[in-house]
Write a new protein. Structure first.
Ligand code: PLP
Length: 228
């Protein structure tokens, strides 16, 4: 098993380098987030031993148990990437380094108020529902600048950029959505110099996302295998 996760990671890193090169982009410019939801702590330890440092989790309670069990691992960074309800903001604010799924002012305000003073500010991405799906969380593109303005003014949050999960759709529509995300990201960067992160691309669409300008890909099954 050790070998499986380590060799998948190695493989993915070289695929990313190759995609970046094909896209004519700087090869140091992508963060690989390992999405470990539903996977055991032993899988995370194997990925960590293979050099992986950034991990993503969707379910607050499950994540906090893992975070506490792995608190001895230096430099490990935890990203909350799932839907976030008001009753979970406290454990997220207390335990994570990043939250990628902020879509409402009320949630941002709670995270800001509940972030412990002794911790570094929480790094925040706004989630955008770029394919305009009724079932998906996220802001409409029109709502991004208004919420960005509010988040940027909060002392315990740092606005770092945008995250999206596009619809399952044909290639042309997917490329169009990624291109619209990139344009939105550029616009945000222009207003806020600290913005440096566009989180898009998962196991099934990493290559298209990198081509479109993603700076962070979130991979689960490609690293840890299929989830139940
Ligand atoms: C589960 C999940 C991922 C990883 O999905 P894979 O298809 O397994 O790579 C990425 N981002 C979010 C928000 C997720 O919920």
């Amino acid at each position: 098993m050790t070998n499986t996760i380590a060799s998948r990671l190695e493989n993915i890193r070289s695929r990313i380098a190759c995609n970046l090169q094909q896209a004519g982009r700087d090869s140091n410019f992508i963060t690989l987030l390992a999405v470990s939801k539903t996977k055991p702590v032993s899988d995370i330890q194997q990925a960590y031993a293979a050099g992986q440092r950034q991990f993503g989790e969707n379910y607050a309670q499950e994540a906090v148990e893992k975070i506490q069990l792995l608190s001895h691992l230096e430099d490990i960074q935890w990203h909350f990437i799932g839907p976030l309800q008001s009753n979970k903001t406290r454990i997220v604010a207390e335990n994570f380094d990043w939250v990628q799924s902020v879509e409402r002012e009320k949630i941002a305000r709670r995270l800001n108020d509940q972030r412990p003073a002794e911790k570094a500010p929480l790094q925040v991405l706004l989630q955008v529902n770029i394919s305009d799906e009724a079932s998906k969380s996220g802001l409409t593109p029109d709502g991004v600048l208004e919420l960005a303005d509010k988040v940027a003014a909060m002392d315990n949050l740092v606005l770092r950029g945008l995250m999206t999960i596009p619809a399952k759709q044909d290639q042309a529509a997917l490329e169009q959505d990624f291109a619209r995300m990139y344009a939105l990201y550029e616009r945000l960067k222009h207003e806020y110099p600290q913005v440096d992160t566009l989180s898009m691309g998962m196991s099934g669409d990493m290559e298209e996302a990198i081509k479109a300008g993603s700076t962070m890909v979130r991979l689960g099954s490609a690293i840890f295998g299929a989830r139940d």
